[in-house]
Ligand binder design. Structure first.
Ligand code: GRG
Length: 303
């Protein structure tokens, strides 16, 4: 690809992502109770973190998966908003003093710094619950009903994935969990939510079992690559650029890819995983082009 084409495709993805982000934000705004609704503090706190400037990668992947499966964005939007609510809840709770104890997130003071710990815990709880209310508004189709969608979201959020992964993460601090232990944590947390986002998009489009399986594999590999890059950026970028505290992993002696494998091997592993992810898109032919671009973006991102 020559430089001009390369730049064009970058602009294309940038425009696509900006358009999707706007649609997602509009939909989220409609699903969230207004800040003027009682209890005002709680709703303001939920909105504060949700609209603090996240990249919206999970909902964008959800909508792109739906499109790759021939579905419509409107059908996938409830699931896209639900995964962003769950992601934001996990960030609020992860930042609490009893967890990672962070002061900045999405370039702003963390939720508990602004609203206090009690409201931050409850805002996270309410966002998690709201996710289920939102997917309750999805339309069933010939392959998947609302029960399938709710189960997908519940399994991802629960003790075997997000919450369980968080427990292993906490237990792994100052412990030698090794490469396998680290990979399992990343599979349980980051890769699980990314995979769920893609699967829900596919399910909203009545994807065939083969396409659903392909997106599950794509999510697993891109999800791991995404987390490796996140670990690398923690070492190589500034807090200003990331919008969250850089260098935190090393400061708390956390096992990460760069800590275990070094930066170069970690980069190579992320690139290899991205290649594996892209290979799993073969079944989609040309319809998989946007997901392929997104996988490259996740690998090459600098924040
Ligand atoms: C249940 C408390 C609880 C946690 C579950 C997902 C998770 C486990 C914790 C979230 C904290 C965390 C640092 C997870 C790693 C995933 C990750 C890289 C999050 C940042 O995602 P981005 O870069 O963030 O997409 P934005 O702010 O752009 O949405």
């Amino acid at each position: 690809m020559n430089k001009k084409n390369n730049e064009d495709s970058k602009i294309d993805l940038k425009t696509y992502a900006a358009t999707q982000r706007k649609l997602i934000d509009q939909a989220l705004n409609g699903f969230l109770p207004r800040g003027s609704v009682r209890p005002k503090t709680l709703h303001k706190s939920m909105r504060y973190s949700l609209f603090a400037g996240g990249k919206r990668l999970r909902p964008i992947l959800c909508l792109a998966a739906a499109e790759a499966c021939g579905g419509k964005i409107d059908q996938a939007m409830p699931a896209a908003c639900a995964v962003e609510c769950i992601h934001t809840y996990s960030l609020i709770h992860d930042d609490l003093p009893c967890m990672d104890d962070d002061d900045i997130r999405r370039g702003k003071p963390t939720n508990h710094k602004v609203f206090g710990e009690s409201v931050a815990v409850l805002a996270g709880d309410a966002l998690l619950t709201l996710a289920f209310e939102i997917v309750g508004e999805s339309n069933p189709n010939r392959r998947y009903d609302i029960g399938d969608i709710i189960k997908e979201l519940a399994i991802t959020s629960g003790s075997k994935h997000l919450v369980g992964g968080q427990v292993l993460d906490i237990e792994g601090e100052n412990a030698n969990i090794g490469p396998k232990g680290l990979r399992f944590i990343h599979e349980s947390k980051t890769a699980a939510l990314l995979t769920c986002s893609l699967r829900l998009g596919a399910m909203s489009a009545a994807a065939t079992p083969k396409k659903l399986e392909a997106l599950t594999n794509f999510g697993h590999s891109t999800g791991l690559a995404f987390q490796i890059i996140d670990d690398i950026l923690d070492v190589t970028q500034t807090s200003e650029k990331l919008g969250k505290s850089a260098g935190k992993d090393e400061a708390v002696n956390k096992s990460t890819y760069p800590a275990i494998h070094g930066l170069n091997k970690s980069r190579r592993e992320a690139a290899k995983l991205t290649e594996t992810a892209i290979n799993s898109l073969k079944i989609f032919g040309k319809s998989g082009a946007r997901l392929k671009e997104l996988a490259h973006y996740l690998l090459d991102r600098d924040y």
